[in-house]
Design a binder for this molecule. Sequence first.
Ligand code: GLY
Length: 372
Amino acid sequence: MTNHDILLRKCEHAFEFAGRQLERLVTTYPDFFPMYTQQGKWKHSGEAWTNWCEGFLGGQLWLMYQHSGQEIWRERAEHYSRLIEHRKTDRSVHDLGFLFWSTWKRWYDVTGEATVNQVVIEAGRTLALRFKEKGRYLRSFVAEDSLFIDIMMNVGIIFYAAQQTGDANLWRIANEHCLTTRRYLVRGDGSTAHEGLFNTETGEFIRQSTHQGWRDDSSWARGLTWALYGFGTAYYFSRDARFLATAQACADYYIAHTPAHGIPPNDWDEPNPPYPYESSAAAIAASGLFNLARLSGEPARTWLYRDYALRIVDTLTEPEFLAIDTPEWEGILKHGIYHQRKKLGVDESTMWGDHFFLEALAKAIKALGEME
Ligand code: GLY
């Protein structure tokens, strides 16, 4: 068997394992939306910090449906999508892309139903209400003066709503948010800051900051992968070459600073990090790199990004990461980190890690099929 065939088989096995874990999750804890595990268990009393993960279960169920074609997954996916419909008008979080792109957008892609699309568009319109004209950014959930790198993963739903409706103001908001993030949160070496703080009276940028990284001037790995993926999405919608260049700079930083197995620590700059891996960042990077491989248009980059994404998937499908040999473990992917400073979900499974891992697996299977 060739390396190519071995990896394809690992991806198929990982999907089967994910199906068993998801089946166990929705039957053991019906209508429960987990965020991260505690000692491998989804249900616990640990705090959420913010409610941004309720789309990732429905998202995984849609991915299971798209992979398997089995109606049971579609029924579950629709059910868990409906449970979050009311969040389309939620103005308390900056995460409506995470919630609705993972769920209702996939639902629309499957059915083409206009009423389903309207929910996605409304979520995009709601998110756009966070725009601060002074400073030109979508504010984070923590405060008016705060811009998060994470919002790059959500701004795509505003581009989409603008495209669907022809609303030029929505387009302007999405575009300006990306330009502001690029200018103040992405550094010259392709690393990223987690947060930017602004003077809300004047719009003046004050400084970079962090919540989940090591230091204000350091490189929190997941934040960079949100940028890698999110600027790729911004380029997909806008075809603005600056966004592609930014996504590529983030990708090149990731590749240059991560060990050969492809899995970064929580923060590349932290000396002697207490945990060697932040697997959710690797899953996001893999999925984002598969996108960039298709978007870049340069053969050398296409090969580099696709091969590196396959390398990450190869590592994440080993039993060190895939919880396949840990029978009591309820998640899919081990060794993720949510919030190291707050000690939330450290060296655990996370819902977004599992979600983007499944998304990366689907893209890996497609890419391997095309390479045959
Ligand atoms: N708040 C999003 C994240 O933890 O990546």
